[in-house]
Ligand binder design. Structure first.
Ligand SMILES: [Zn+2]
Ligand SMILES: [Zn+2]
Length: 232
């Protein structure tokens, strides 16, 4: 299920060396993962039937542009609006003409994108306003693929996850052996635990978790062995 095609680009062209991997494919659908920004954030591109969906563009890299070449990008989604997940919004929206969607409770963070970057000494361009908001129960589509939207606040106030068939794109809610931090503005620890319990741990054990930082995992592995979630 997990393909590890890692493509190193010419190291002379960019610093740091960016790479991406095809993390999932089924039928015509492909999910590509790109490590971005000094925060090593995972941006995902889901391609299906000539369309591409971009999730959490922390920045715009040549690899990202190559991956969407020849595909129609209708939508850019931010799982949440920390700077490492939306820093590339302005540039990618300008290039693709796509609509931007996120949860309305992330608007404060989105509007403070440059200030967030300044806290960490990383410059980010301001993001355009979202074209529309998404909430629990909505769907997001690309080609013939449809994701269900679930609200999973706690790491940030309006964090959403995208549930696909057998996998979930989960932003910074749940990591392999860890959970999202809750010490940033809008974070809430007990809310995060509640979100994981009710929005992620209700998925089947074999569900693959594609998260915002680090390697993918599965719901079953985290249910059994995540030290932050024992007994929840
Ligand atoms: Zn975050
Ligand atoms: Zn992050």
């Amino acid at each position: 299920m997990r393909l590890t095609v890692r493509t190193e680009v010419d190291p002379g062209k960019r610093a740091p060396v960016a790479s991406y991997k095809l993390v999932y494919s089924r039928g015509a659908m492909e999910i590509l993962c790109f490590e971005m920004t000094p925060f090593v954030e995972n941006c995902y591109v889901v391609r299906d039937s000539g369309e591409a969906l971009i999730i959490d563009p922390g920045e715009v890299t040549t690899e990202l542009l190559d991956a969407i070449k020849g595909y129609t990008v209708k939508t850019v989604v931010n799982t949440h609006c920390h700077c490492d997940h939306c820093g590339g919004n302005a540039e990618i929206l300008q290039i693709t003409g796509a609509e931007l969607i996120c949860h309305k409770d992330e608007l404060g963070l989105l509007r403070a994108l440059p200030q967030q970057g300044m806290m960490f000494g990383v410059p980010f361009d301001p993001s355009p306003e979202p074209d529309r908001f998404i909430k629990e129960g909505d769907t997001v589509s690309v080609g013939n693929i449809t994701f269900g939207v679930r609200e999973a606040p706690g790491h940030s106030p309006g964090h959403i996850v995208l549930v696909g068939d057998g996998f979930v794109i989960s932003g910074d809610v749940l990591f392999a052996g860890s959970i999202g931090r809750t010490d940033l503005p809008g974070g809430n620890y007990s809310q995060l635990i509640h979100s994981i319990k009710t929005k992620l741990f209700t998925l089947p054990d074999e569900t693959v978790v594609y998260n915002g930082h680090g390697p993918s995992t599965t719901i079953g592995i985290e249910r059994r062995s995540n030290p932050f979630l024992v007994g929840v």
